[in-house]
Design a protein around this ligand. Structure first.
Ligand code: NAD
Length: 324
């Protein structure tokens, strides 16, 4: 198979490209390096079947060429990270909505299978535990920028499902819940790499809010295996799947665990949301996925423990003190 991986120089995209190459596939990575890094692919240069194209998903003629010449598309490119979205509100909406619109239009034209990376953010403020794919979405005001990401991803889902219903375009939608692992950076607000880097530097670990908000975390190696399987399954077409962990942990306990695993002398500093982000910032207390739908189709999706995943993040940053 020849896969186009948009956003393939990013965190999840680069692991996905690697997973595809290791399984004997051809991979074309399209990335503009907005948040991705060329270094994420450096170790894959040994694969003759990897091609890297530096460009934007908004470049129509490039997209015609790349979508037209692949067998299937993993659409990972997006403006991501709470801080990045707050700092680039307009660009984020354009990339996350118009970019996916363009991709789906071309996938439909050439009848190529597409897997779209959506997000647990789509559920918004729904605090139900666990969250099922058909649960309600609850959003805050349009004046609160963070909801634009959730709304954009939800619109991507509507669009993908509408293509499936209208033209039978094979579309799979994945809602990722906090995927973590090596190559994810803390630059745009991702909590695990940010806390690991602080611990390795011996700085205070800054925990936002009161630290009692909880999340589940999934190792990126597990996530990309699941995603690669799903794109090849006709039963998955026209469906939305949660991909995430089942063990919940508060951010305060996560910080404590990271201090233990790094053997750091750091302490924890609680920082109010208003200080960490813009005033009016809203966060979710809990976010736990119901993964029974995806597990029914492909079995357990998150066999790697949180400790082992954190250890892999620590190893990654130990060797690369220049990356944050
Ligand atoms: N990591 C998570 O926990 C998580 C959770 C929910 C959803 N997601 C989704 O998964 C996907 C991958 O996220 P990630 O965590 O790997 O983030 P990432 O920032 O590492 O990856 C996104 C990639 O898209 C690229 N990109 C951005 N704009 C582009 C454009 N216009 N043209 C081409 N490339 C562009 C970036 O340079 C980057 O390489 C995204 O769609 C994201 O919304 C991730």
């Amino acid at each position: 198979m020849k896969y186009l991986v948009t956003g393939g120089a990013g965190f999840i995209g680069s692991h996905l490209a690697e997973e595809c190459l290791q399984n004997g596939n051809e991979v074309v990575v399209l990335d503009n390096f907005a948040t991705g890094r060329r270094d994420n692919l450096k170790h894959l240069e040994k694969y003759p079947h990897l091609k890297l194209v530096q460009d934007s998903i908004m470049n129509y003629s490039r997209m015609v060429e790349l979508v037209g010449s692949c067998d299937a598309v993993f659409h990972m490119a997006a403006a991501v990270g709470v801080e990045y979205i707050l700092e680039n509100p307009l660009l984020s909406i354009q990339i996350n909505f118009r970019g996916t619109d363009l991709l789906l239009e071309l996938a439909n034209k050439f009848q190529k299978c597409v897997l779209i990376a959506s997000s647990s953010e789509v559920y918004g403020r729904n605090n139900k535990v666990p969250l099922r794919e058909d649960d309600n979405r609850t959003y805050g005001s349009t004046a609160v920028v963070r909801w634009s990401y959730a709304a954009g991803k939800a619109l991507d889902e509507f669009l993908g499902l509408a293509y499936w219903q209208t033209t039978h375009l094979p579309v799979v939608i994945i809602r990722f819940f906090n995927i973590i692992g090596p190559r994810q950076t803390g630059r745009y607000g991702m909590v695990v790499p940010r806390l690991v880097c602080q611990a390795l530097r011996g700085e205070d670990l800054t925990v936002y809010g009161n630290g009692q908000q909880s999340r589940t975390f999934t190792c990126v190696y597990d996530a990309v295996k699941a995603v690669r399987r799903l794109i090849g399954m006709p039963e998955a077409y026209g469906q939305v799947f949660n991909i995430g962990g089942s063990k919940e942990i508060t951010i305060l306990d996560l910080a404590k665990r990271i201090i233990e695993l790094t053997d750091s002398k750091s302490t924890i500093k609680i920082v109010p949301y208003e200080q960490a982000y813009q005033s009016g910032f809203e966060d979710m207390e809990r976010r736990v996925p119901d993964v029974s739908k995806v597990e029914k189709l492909i079995g357990c999706v998150n066999p790697t423990s949180l400790d082992d995943t954190i250890r892999s993040v620590i190893e990654f940053f130990k060797d690369r003190p220049d990356i944050r």
